[in-house]
Ligand binder design. Structure first.
Ligand code: ZN
Length: 214
């Protein structure tokens, strides 16, 4: 237990922006030539199916459902062909985003942190799936439902930069540590949440999380 707390305290959350072509298009952006990376602090974590409270600084708070990779060993400058040795488990999360604030900050060329890294903005599923249990690690299918209706459907095969490429790229800038979480980007279909909504996430049809919006 003590060890577990230590790992959590030292972990970091690395997120990927614009990693699915259709999502890049829906935000009227141009596909990036290399991975777009940003961070959230550990205070952003939202775990154990806890509710999400819409912060008062946003009028356009969006869900972004994403596959989350848990790093299992220390690494830096990892070659793509060895990247698969650095993770065993895949979870599902939401990168909650204050879209209105993000657009204002981007327009001014300022950092995104206020729009992306605020408290409880990084939902992560209580459980992770071992990659050996997935039918195809190169094509992981996931889904987000809002109030019972499917709003996002993703397939990791559609990522502009796959999991191994992301791990390799990130590790050239940031040393990866045990317990770090890598959010791998969201597919098309992002949209707003309102008080009373229920979000539910699935990987390969298996329910990974639920979250009530308050
Ligand atoms: Zn995202």
């Amino acid at each position: 237990m003590y060890l577990c707390v230590l790992i959590l305290r030292n972990m970091k959350i690395i997120c990927t922006g614009m990693n699915y072509r259709e999502h890049v298009r829906e935000l009227n952006n141009v596909a990036p030539e290399e991975p777009v990376i940003f961070m959230k602090p550990d205070s952003a974590l939202l775990r154990n199916n806890e509710p999400f409270f819409i912060p008062d600084f946003s009028r356009d708070l969006h869900y972004e459902c994403e596959l989350v990779v848990r790093i299992k060993r220390l690494g830096t400058h990892i070659e793509p062909r060895f990247a698969n040795r650095y993770y065993d488990e895949i979870g599902l999360g939401i990168d909650f985003t204050a879209r209105d604030l993000q657009q204002q900050l981007r327009a001014k060329g300022l950092p995104w942190e206020k729009a992306k890294a605020f408290d409880r903005s990084a939902l992560v599923s209580p459980d992770f799936i071992n990659k050996s249990e997935l039918p195809d690690i190169q094509s992981i299918k996931f889904e987000l439902r809002k109030n019972g209706q499917t709003v996002q459907q993703g397939d990791s095969a559609d990522m502009l930069f796959g999991i191994d490429a992301l791990i390799s790229h990130v590790s050239c800038f940031l040393t990866l540590k045990i317990g770090d979480l890598l959010y791998t980007g969201t597919p098309a279909g992002v949209g707003p949440v309102a008080i009373g909504d229920l979000l539910e996430g699935f990987i390969e049809g298996r329910k990974m999380f639920e979250c009530k919006i308050k």
